[in-house]
Design a protein around this ligand. Structure first.
Ligand code: URA
Length: 278
């Protein structure tokens, strides 16, 4: 590859502005780098000895080589630890603290903030999305970007807002560059969102989009076939919660013609909330 000619500061500023306007918010290299596979630093080599002297020895020949700071590689042991910790949480506040201290998911190390929940934890209805995006990561709150504004409008259409709805995500840390969370990252986060729902104990659960629907309803069926029909989410302790899968607001922004389907689902949710209260 021919190197680019150097840019002057004004050109650089314009280029950065262009990237920002285009929505670029991650600085990535052209080639992917596997940081987990990077070799630890080599132990110091003996300095060449001036002639006639014995070579200088490293201070402690048997000391182990220094290790780079460890990045948490998701593995099954972390998933087991997550299950145990989530079980221990006896309140939403305790769960939030446990998550804030949990270092077993690598997503936590690239995210700026933990995104735990927003809205009213006492509300009868809880919405669960997939994972925070850039705005959510910056503010530490779920659904505060473009799709969040659409979700607010959808809530308003059934007479609710964030004082009468509780909102969270399957994944509480933003995946870098908004990539999909890996299956193991999801498995590590699963016990936390399951316990979160159990502790909030909503009467009605709404899964937004494919990932949360598949995870919380243990199904492989896609959202287009699941949406609009009541299902049941079973909490780790065995409680059953009426669950409505519906389309994710981000999907609706890309496919506005499908808003009418979400509208039907929201009318069902409104009806069910009327029944559970009546
Ligand atoms: N999409 C999600 O699934 N969750 C958010 O919090 C924001 C966007």
């Amino acid at each position: 590859m021919t190197p680019n000619p150097p840019l002057d500061p004004a050109q650089l500023r314009d280029l950065l502005q262009f990237y920002a306007d285009a929505g670029v918010d991650e600085a990535l290299e052209d080639e992917p780098q596997n940081r987990f596979a990077e070799a630890p630093p080599k132990p110091a080599q003996p300095k060449p000895a001036p002639s006639g002297k014995a070579p200088e020895q490293p201070a402690k020949a048997s000391a182990p080589a220094a290790q780079p700071p460890s990045a948490a590689v998701p593995d099954e042991a972390q998933a087991a630890r997550a299950r145990e910790l989530a079980r221990q949480a006896d309140s939403l506040e305790a769960l939030r603290e446990i998550l804030a201290d949990f270092d077993g998911c690598n997503l936590r190390h690239t995210a700026k903030n933990l995104v735990f929940a927003d809205g009213n934890p006492e509300a009868e209805v809880m919405f669960v999305g997939e994972a925070p995006g850039r705005d959510e990561d910056l503010q530490g709150l779920p659904f505060v970007g473009r799709s969040g504004r659409l979700l607010d409008r959808m809530l308003a259409a059934i007479g609710r807002d964030r004082t009468s709805a509780y909102i969270s995500n399957v994944i509480p840390w933003r995946p870098p560059g908004n990539r999909d969370p890996s299956p193991l990252e999801t498995e590590i986060c699963r016990p936390f969102i399951e316990r979160h729902i159990e502790l909030a104990a909503p009467k009605v659960l709404v899964t937004l989009g494919n990932p949360s629907t598949k995870l919380l309803l243990h199904t492989k069926t896609g959202i287009m076939r699941m949406r609009g029909k009541w299902s049941v989410h079973t909490t780790p302790g065995g409680a059953e919660i009426a669950t409505m899968p519906t389309l994710h607001p981000a999907y609706l922004l890309r496919n506005p013609a499908h808003k009418k389907l979400a509208w039907r689902d929201f009318l069902e949710i409104k009806k069910k909330l009327g029944e559970v209260n009546g």
